[in-house]
Design a protein around this ligand. Sequence first.
Ligand SMILES: [Zn+2]
Ligand SMILES: [Zn+2]
Length: 245
Amino acid sequence: MRVTVLGAGDAFCSGGRRHSGYFVETSGVCFLLDCGTTTLLALKSLGIPAERIDFVAISHLHGDHFGGLPFLFLEYLYETPRSRPLIIVGPVGTEERVQALHQAMYRELARRPCSFDIQFQELTSGEAAVVHGVQLFPFRVPHQEQDISLGYRVEAEGHAILYSGDCGWNEDLVRYSQGTDLFVCECCYFKTEASFHISYPKIAQEQHRLGCKRLVLSHIGREVLERLNEVSIECTHDGMVIEIP
Ligand SMILES: [Zn+2]
Ligand SMILES: [Zn+2]
């Protein structure tokens, strides 16, 4: 299994980092975890063909996590024509929000019949789903008040990854990171304490309880970048390739 970080930045593109997106490869299946606005840019600059993507799993419906989908659709219509279906999984409301975004950005195209099928699977927190043989366990995380934000525990070929999505610190992260090969944890803040994002001192304090083989920080915000010399946990960067042996 291999994870390529397409975007390690927060919504503000702090430090010039791209919006969230991770390209995950197993021996038989490739998929995206999140598809922020800069995802197609990242795929092209890293030389990853977009047609390799079998499905996309969205953590929550914020632009820095799903705003790149209309550009992916455009790529599949014109540049690398796609005929096989594209599965998009995400929290309740994903289909409506993605369609609305597509129509807002490319209204006439979005109204025409598409050359490939876009199949939506809206997931419920706590109910595992299998997509192209990859097991996804979604769990609700504290990030938005009404709309649902999900974290994912992903399992394939005997490996497990935990992806926090965007969230405040919560005990489910400790529970679901146990035994994982990789935990990609958001780290938006350093000194700011909030219930909807994680600050570095909290993850540093809780690190010993996580039970994962490798912990990396992502969705890295300005405060963290300003104090990188105080950060002892591994940080991701755009284009970083993480091999999971
Ligand atoms: Zn975000
Ligand atoms: Zn968010």
